[in-house]
Design a protein around this ligand. Structure first.
Ligand code: PEP
Ligand code: CO
Length: 478
């Protein structure tokens, strides 16, 4: 273990909660030859081309000194919840923006996002009958992988927009120039977001003990179809009854009423991630403390690449996106590299095959992981394999394809005898028109199309999906 400088500490004193076990089978921080910067010697499929390396080093040095955004004991708590979910005892709900922006770091946007995640989790808890682990794609989802490094408009070629962490969305040479100072600004915006999320979860949001109050504010929204509205009303009544009943039996309603959020983002810009990677007090492992759960993207999961190298050495739970081209053997190799010690709660496999590819691509992966006896949490991302472009050039997703991917993913797990333990969505609590379905027709798309990257579900679409999932969960529960 390296000598610890004071700047490596996440806090002067950190008291982990007593229920979190500190001893673990094997620490990935002891991974051979690893350091927080060993990724630099590996190929990076999405490397940012900064034109001033000294400026990058200055910013990284500053972020290193700043306090961590999350604590290791929170990370460990999430890992233990995921470990539970891997055994079929919990369900993971992960959602938020495709590309978070600094401009959207606003009270209403953040509160709406928490509200929709809470409402979805309520439906899943009551109708699906499983405790839900809520993980936001927020407080750090500022970096985007791109299929092409440059974009051409009207004969002009500029770097693509790689997310606010790297450059700006405006199509000008100044905005598109990768600017390392943005890492610092995004760190600050992530901290502001997290600060607000923490205070809202500590009591500023709707009171879960009185879900009928939710229903009131909810029913004021005019854009919900009547059957969905009725269904939600019945669910909140049911939850209210359940909580009161448990309360009368001695406060056993704690599990249902705890409003806990975790953060996640794609661990893409490794300068930013490694700047906040440190050894926590009272522990011997390294943690990436920009977020509770970083994930490995479909474009950066090369076994010999920089991202796998970075993630293998940190102790956070990690997500791995798996698209239709991944081979079963590669999945096993990724598990060997990223979780050689079979640490419970470490690996979340997020499949995003596309509705029409699930049936041929997913079963072999489920089979091989099951046969190898590897412990993972299977999660379905029904968004990224179902992106289409309309005839008029708008990037969108069809609600029906999203539902189909979820249904087929459930079918594949049922046939294999594995547990689908979570879902991963791009969504917002705002009334955007980015995905087609419900009240949004193709001709409505441009009315409130705000995303800078992929299209997100709006509040009504997201909620309707939670009912679809809950129905399926309920059908499976004993
Ligand atoms: C994303 O989640 O925004 C993303 C780019 O996903 P994927 O890596 O699965 O394409
Ligand atoms: Co996306």
């Amino acid at each position: 273990m390296p000598a610890r400088r004071s700047s490596d500490s996440e806090a002067a004193v950190e008291h982990p909660p007593s229920e979190i076990p500190l001893s673990r089978p094997r620490s990935p921080s002891r991974a051979c030859g690893w350091s927080p910067t060993s990724w630099k010697s590996k190929p990076d499929a999405q490397a940012v081309r900064y034109d001033d390396p000294a400026a990058v080093e200055r910013v990284v040095a500053r972020i290193k000194e700043l306090p961590p955004l999350v604590s290791s004991w929170e990370v460990e708590r999430l890992r233990s919840l995921i470990a539970d979910a891997q055994l079929g005892r919990r369900f993971l709900l992960q959602g938020g923006d495709c590309a978070e922006t600094m401009h959207e770091c606003r009270a209403d946007t953040i509160a709406n996002k928490l509200e929709i995640l809470l409402k979805m989790s309520l439906v899943l808890i009551v109708s699906g009958r499983k405790p839900v682990v809520r993980v936001g794609r927020f407080a750090g989802q500022y970096a985007k992988p791109r299929s092409r490094p440059t974009e051409i408009r009207g004969g002009v070629e500029l770097p693509s927009y790689f997310g606010d962490l790297v450059n700006g969305p405006a199509f000008t040479p100044e905005a598109r120039r990768p600017d390392p100072e943005r890492m610092l600004s995004c760190y600050q915006h992530a901290a502001m977001t997290l600060n607000f999320v923490r205070s809202l979860s500590a009591g500023g949001l709707s009171d879960l003990q009185r879900p009928e109050c939710w229903d009131l504010s909810f029913s004021e929204r005019a854009d919900l179809p009547a059957p969905m509205h009725e269904s939600f009303r019945a669910t909140t009544r049911q939850l209210g009854d359940a909580l009161r009943c448990m309360d009368a039996l001695g406060g056993a309603g704690n599990e249902l009423s705890r409003v806990e959020f975790f953060t996640s983002h794609e661990g893409l810009n490794l300068h930013y991630e490694s700047a906040q990677t440190r050894v926590a007090p009272h522990r011997s492992e390294y943690y990436d403390l920009t977020t509770h759960m970083p994930w490995l993207g479909e474009r950066t999961r090369a076994l010999d690449g920089a991202h796998v190298e970075f993630l293998r050495g940190i102790s956070n739970p990690i997500g791995i996106k798996l698209g239709p081209t991944v081979s079963a053997v590669d999945v096993l190799r990724l598990l060997d590299t990223l979780n050689p010690g079979e640490i419970p709660g470490r690996i979340v496999l997020i499949t995003r095959m596309g509705a029409d590819r699930v049936e041929d691509t997913l079963p072999p992966l489920l089979e091989i992981v099951k046969r190898a006896g590897r412990r993972v949490l299977w999660v379905c991302d029904p968004m990224h394999g179902n992106t289409i472009t309309t005839a008029s050039g708008v990037k969108t997703r069809e609600f029906s394809a999203i539902v189909r991917e979820i249904e087929r993913t459930y079918d594949a797990h049922d046939a294999c005898g594995t547990y689908l333990g979570g879902v991963h969505f791009e969504l917002t609590g705002d009334d955007v028109t980015e995905c087609i379905g419900g009240s949004v027709r193709e001709e409505d798309l441009t009315r409130a199309y705000e995303t800078l990257c992929d299209p997100r579900l709006n509040q009504a679409q997201a909620l309707e999906l939670s009912y679809c999932i809950a129905r399926r969960m309920r059908a499976m529960s004993p």
